[in-house]
Structure formats: structure tokens, C-alpha cells
Design a binder for this molecule. Sequence first.
Ligand SMILES: [Zn+2]
Length: 230
Amino acid sequence: MFIGHYGPAYAIKAVRPATPLWLFFIAVQIVDVAWAILVLLGLEKVRIVPGITASNPLDLYYMPYTHSLAAAAIWAVVATVLCKPLIGVRSWRAATWIGLAVFSHWVLDLLVHKPDLPLYDDTMKVGLGLWNLPAIALFLEALLLFGGMAMYLRRTTAINAVGRFGPPLFGVLMLAIQCYVFFGPPPPSPGAAAITALVAYVVFAVVALWLDRQRTHVAAVQPMDRAGRV
Ligand SMILES: [Zn+2]
């Protein structure tokens, strides 16, 4: 899964407005960020096999440290514990939401991957395989992204035109990139796939940071409205 991972990021941001959106953008993809780095280091393995699924040419045959269920749970716990001292997340409740955002990655990957997600180490691999049904997989990615974004837009309000039109345009752009990933040419090499993923995740987080600053939480605006009327 790719853009659908940002659905939980937006949805959790709607619930935890004090935590910056970019942090959830990183959290939901931290498992893939680690995957890309470990692929570049040669510690996890992937090869390009066009046609191995109908929409994704990556044969993800060895990724026990990032995409096993056990590893995903550990990544989530580590993120929960470390985001307080490292990023200054203030409460354990906020930290727990970041941990849940991290874990959401594996749950959503389970829907689309072929059985290449180990339960632990490199064994007992699972995956429901929606990548073999590209139309349904694409619809699911869009539904998750725009569903989560709708929750976020309802709980925040734009302070300018960028804040009003930016998030939906950003969503359409992400959907276009998803279509290219699904139906465009396969990446030339595993390293290229890893670097492209890393760049995309960083750029998306930076755009989310920028766009989120063009909106404000609804609860913070309502008292000002009331004060204005008084
Ligand atoms: Zn993944």
C-alpha cells in the first residue's frame, strides 16, 4: 500500500490536533522508510519481477526486520517510547497514537500484499493479495486517503486559499502518483525503488507540514467566533 497509509495519518490528526500532521505522515510510513534503508544496506531483499502481481512488480521475498507482524509491533512500541524524548511529544496518550499510526502500516499492507508478510522472522507469510485486483486496490487506496482527509478537513478550518484548496489538490496529486506506480513502468532496480520511496515519503511529509500550517483546528476557532459576536 502507498497513499492509503496516509488515511490513518489524517484520521489520527483529526483526533489528536495538537500533534503535527507531518509526524503522523512519517509514523504511518516509518516501516517502509526502514525497509528502504535496509534494502539499500542489503539487509532486506527485494527483486523486480514484472507481473508477480497485477499492479506491483516488487518481489518482497525477505523483509523480517520491517514487515513481519512481530517487527511491526516492535517498531510501534519503540516509536511510542522514543517519540517523547526524541521529538518532544508531551503525553503518553499522544505517543500511543503515534505508535498506533506506525502499526497501522502493517494492517493496511496486509490487505494488498501477496503472502510476503511474515508473522515473525521470515516465516508464516500472509497477505490478502489485493494488488492482484488493481481496480479494487486503487479504489481502496483512494478511499482510505480521502476518507481520512475528510475527517481532518472537518476538524480543521482553512486560514487562506492554500489551506482550503491545497489538501484536496495534494490528494489528487498523490492519487496520480499512485496510478503511475500501479500502471507505469517498473522501477529499474531495487535500489531505485527504495530511493524513490524514501524521497516520496520525505516530500509528502514536508508538503503535509506546509499545508497543515495553512489550517487551524476548529475547536481553536470557535471560541474566537463567539468572542467576536460578543
Ligand atoms: Zn510497507
